[in-house]
Design a protein around this ligand. Structure first.
Ligand SMILES: Nc1ncnc2c1ncn2[C@@H]1O[C@H](COP(=O)(O)OP(=O)(O)O)[C@@H](O)[C@H]1O
Ligand SMILES: [Mg+2]
Length: 223
């Protein structure tokens, strides 16, 4: 089996602050890989480097074999990203948000409409597809954000703290969706500050503290 993500010494300085310190890890194709660490550990910065939103100070990474610095556009075709703060437009409907994202990713109209309907069904949003997102609960918004990250059918999904700030019901729904996507072949890289989340969701976990990876193993072995 190949690697979905290979991090080769990713490093990020913000001025003098070393936010991510020479990080090495591999994510196997088809696993759910978690980055577990407290606030400020460097989780978001790592995701931002992997997805091309922030340039590493040093080091690089490969996404399905493609260097994120030298083959950025190719690498980006393989993944979707669910950022920590939502990227949805409150004054558009759920459907229009999805279709807009589909257009940005240049998904042909017929495909984005077909897959958009499927995603809304999977995420329990179909009945509300023409409602403005403004009236949605936090949990519904998070579900829509994940659906939007999937509109181009990526093989890899990055989720930054997918359940943080959500109620128990929404948390359960989102964890189940993540498991379902993974069973259907999507590799998942997620971050969390919640040890329970890492335990119940991840095949393997990297523990990150002050920018350094201090351990990588299965949740059972890390206990
Ligand atoms: N744009 C930025 N400018 C300066 N410092 C930043 C910036 N983004 C993050 N940091 C700092 O880098 C460190 C890691 O942050 P972050 O990657 O957001 O951690 P996490 O997602 O694990 O909470 C923190 O000390 C944070 O304050
Ligand atoms: Mg963060």
């Amino acid at each position: 089996m190949g690697y979905a993500v290979v991090s080769l010494g990713l490093t990020k300085f913000y001025g003098k602050l070393l936010a991510v310190d020479n990080v090495y890890f591999n994510v196997q194709e088809n696993e759910i890989f978690g980055f577990l660490g407290p606030n400020g550990a460097g989780k978001t910065t790592t995701i931002r480097m992997l997805t091309g939103l922030t340039k590493p100070t040093k080091g690089t990474a490969r996404i399905f074999g493609h260097d994120i610095l030298k083959e950025t556009l190719t690498a980006q075709k393989y993944f979707g990203v669910v950022p920590e703060t939502s990227n949805i437009y409150d004054y558009l409907s759920a459907w229009d948000n999805l279709m807009f994202m589909g257009e940005l990713y240049r998904v042909p109209k017929h495909e984005r409409e077909k897959y958009g309907r499927e995603l809304l069904e999977i995420f329990g949003l179909y009945e509300r597809r023409y409602d403005k997102v403004k009236g949605f609960s936090k949990g519904l918004k998070r579900r829509l954000t994940i659906a939007m990250a999937l509109i181009h059918r990526p093989k890899l999904l990055f989720l930054d703290e997918p359940t943080s700030g959500l109620d128990v019901r929404s948390t359960v729904i989102i964890r189940n969706i993540i498991r379902k996507l993974n069973r259907e072949g999507v590799t998942v890289f997620l971050t969390t500050h919640n040890i329970e989340e890492a335990n119940v969701l991840c095949d393997r976990v990297a523990i990150i503290y002050k920018g350094k990876i201090v351990a990588i193993d299965t949740p059972e072995k890390l206990k």
